[in-house]
Design a protein around this ligand. Structure first.
Ligand SMILES: NC(=O)c1ccc[n+]([C@@H]2O[C@H](COP(=O)([O-])OP(=O)(O)OC[C@H]3O[C@@H](n4cnc5c(N)ncnc54)[C@H](OP(=O)(O)O)[C@@H]3O)[C@@H](O)[C@H]2O)c1
Length: 214
């Protein structure tokens, strides 16, 4: 697939690199320096290049939205028309100092995003995992016991695209249901992040999903 990265920081930089290594064609965009985007593309050692958000969006089969909540409007405006595009968002609706969700509990960041880009095909994915584990998960992807990763969205085709990309990074994709389930996965993602960043001696967190009956 052709995957456009909108926000090439901790999440976008690493996921874009792994998408490229998994064989996808990647365009890194939206960082404060063009040099950084070029270096990411070089270091990805796959089919990757640097571009503008508009170039990343053009002809993309999927886009990864990976910016701070305060940058959403700007990056969307630079990306241009996203009608019909599959947009995977890992962006969490956090306040400026990343201590609180600013959208909860009767809605979620990704549902608010859906109002901003109503014609895009949104999936909430990759927000429940700290960026630090991504390369390790990719390196261990051929092992039988893959870690699970929840995603949600309202449309079958875009969820299939998301599931492919999640699997390519090394996770077992777990379909959590429609987009409104993000009301529960976003607070869960915050919990994961807070535990993960409690300092060097902080706890390790493992989670497992089980489905009962049908
Ligand atoms: N990090 C995690 O482990 C994690 C986990 C789950 C969810 N998330 C969510 O994922 C989203 C991205 O997080 P992140 O940690 O990847 O953030 P990040 O490292 O700060 O990346 C954001 C990207 O946006 C770029 N950017 C910021 N301001 C800009 C501007 N004015 N012009 C152009 N580019 C600009 C940054 O550029 P530079 O590269 O030049 O700084 C960077 O590439 C957030 O919503 C976060 O809540 C993060």
């Amino acid at each position: 697939m052709r995957v456009g990265i909108l926000g090439s920081g901790l999440m976008g930089g690493k996921l874009g690199t792994l998408f490229a290594r998994a064989g996808h064609e990647v365009v890194f965009s939206y960082a404060r320096s063009q040099e950084k985007l070029k270096k990411l593309a070089r270091d990805a050692k796959g089919n990757a290049r640097a571009g503008t958000p508009g170039e990343a969006a053009k002809e993309a089969d999927a886009l990864l939205l990976a910016v701070h909540w305060s940058r959403i409007e700007d990056v969307l405006q630079q990306a241009g028309n996203l009608s019909g595009k599959v947009v995977l968002s890992c962006s969490l609706p956090m306040n400026a100092d990343n201590t609180q969700l600013v959208v909860a509990h009767s809605s979620s960041g990704v549902e608010e995003l859906a109002k901003m880009i109503p014609k895009a095909r949104l999936v909430s994915a990759f927000n429940t995992v700290p960026s630090e584990v991504l390369f390790g998960v990719f390196d261990a992807r051929r092992r039988a016991n893959r870690p699970s990763l929840v995603y949600c969205g309202d449309e079958k085709g875009s969820k299939q695209v998301a599931a492919t990309l999640i699997r390519d990074v090394g996770f077992d994709p777990v379909d959590a249901g429609p987009l409104r389930i993000a009301r529960y996965t976003e607070p869960f993602a915050l919990l994961v992040a807070q535990l993960a960043y409690e300092g060097k001696e902080g706890p390790e967190l493992a989670y497992r999903f089980e489905r009962f009956g049908d």
